[in-house]
Ligand binder design. Structure first.
Ligand code: ZN
Length: 362
């Protein structure tokens, strides 16, 4: 086998991808040139474009990638069988490795580097130490009280569709971003259905973003009252908050500043999160604080998840996502979702849930 320029280029890409994975730049550098530098410009051009497509770009990209890889492997297999030599097959594997390296580098440059930015805990003024378990229960009780208070008004006005055209939610999202960063605010994304919707249904996933099109993909079964929070959470990912707890923090702050149906959606998500983090007795106490209306909404969400999910696939899916997060240096893996509670309890807020940012020397 002779060494071609293509082989040299593919080897170089592989080395570059490995370097990016194992020896990334420091968080402060990523925060400066990427997360608050070129990334907002990329997002503000790409998301408005993918918003115009009525279908999910990920479906098209996925189909093309699987088709091309399948064709190349089939041709290589035929070549190897006909010549009775391993080279065609080995060459195809090398090309696929090169393609995987390019895909990974594009992933990092379009969005993935956000995993390595300066964490929210270092950008906000926080109280010292982790919150007590009693504080977590108190937050759950506060969520229950808010749900009780908001239920009638939220149900009376109903949930505006589609959330990405809800002016109050969009405005709130812009304000929250300005509290947290000086970078240009991100463009909200349309909530799209995709072939991945089945996977979301079976594994109990609410949604995700497609890093190659900076578009929002959601579970098709979400109840209308869940959608404002899921939208705001995914928009936070679009704004470069890759970490799950940070996305939920931004999503919750956005919802509580928007209309009463969106506030209800935000407090419901927080109630759900707290319930998952506390013991059986405390959970019963927090659940006992819910009035009949919010109780019925919580039950409806639980029934929605139960109807759709395949438990074995759900467990396998969350294990894979845990590995993915850890590979992207999120040490807590899927446990990072729960860290939103710590963030809410430790952050210092001004009147109206305005988080206080840390300034130099503070
Ligand atoms: Zn998320």
């Amino acid at each position: 086998m002779k060494i071609t320029s293509r082989a040299v280029a593919e080897s170089a890409l592989l080395v570059l991808a490995l370097l990016a994975a194992w020896a990334p730049p420091a968080p402060a550098a990523i925060e400066g040139w990427f997360a608050t530098g070129i990334y907002p410009a990329i997002q503000r051009s790409l998301t408005p474009l993918s918003n115009r497509l009525p279908f999910a770009l990920i479906d098209l990209l996925g189909a093309v990638a699987v088709g091309l890889a399948g064709m190349m492997l089939a041709r290589a297999a035929v070549g190897s069988i006909r010549t009775r030599k391993p080279w065609p097959a080995l060459q195809a594997v090398a090309h696929l490795a090169g393609a995987a390296a390019v895909t990974y580098l594009v992933f990092l440059l379009l969005w993935g580097l956000n995993y390595r930015r300066v964490p929210m805990t270092e950008r906000l003024v926080l109280s010292a130490g982790s919150p007590s378990s009693d504080a977590v229960v108190q937050l759950g009780l506060q969520a229950a009280a808010q749900l009780n208070a908001l239920h009638a008004a939220a149900h009376r006005s109903g949930w505006r569709e589609p959330p990405w055209e809800d002016g109050a939610l969009r405005r709130a999202f812009g304000e929250v971003q300005q509290f947290l960063s000086d970078a240009a605010p991100a463009a909200p994304g349309r909530l799209k259905r995709s072939a991945l919707g089945y996977y979301f249904r079976w594994t109990g996933v609410d949604g995700m973003i497609n890093p190659f099109g900076l578009e929002v993909l959601v579970n098709p079964d979400l109840l209308p009252l869940e959608r404002p929070f899921v939208a705001a959470h995914e928009w936070a990912h679009l704004a470069g908050y890759a970490d799950e707890s940070e996305a939920s923090f931004v999503g919750w702050l956005t919802c509580v500043r928007a209309s009463s149906p969106s506030q209800y959606s935000g407090w419901l998500a927080l109630y759900w999160q707290v319930s998952g983090e506390i013991g059986v007795e405390d959970r019963a106490r927090v659940a006992g604080a819910l009035a009949g209306g919010p109780r019925a909404d919580v039950d409806a969400i639980a029934a929605r998840i139960r109807r759709g999910e395949w438990p074995w696939l759900r467990d396998a899916g969350w294990r894979i996502y845990d590995d993915y997060l850890k590979a992207n240096r999120v040490q807590e893996g899927v446990r990072s979702y729960g860290a939103v509670i710590t963030l809410i309890l430790r952050a210092r807020f001004e009147e109206g849930w305005v988080p206080v940012r840390r300034r130099a020397g503070r």
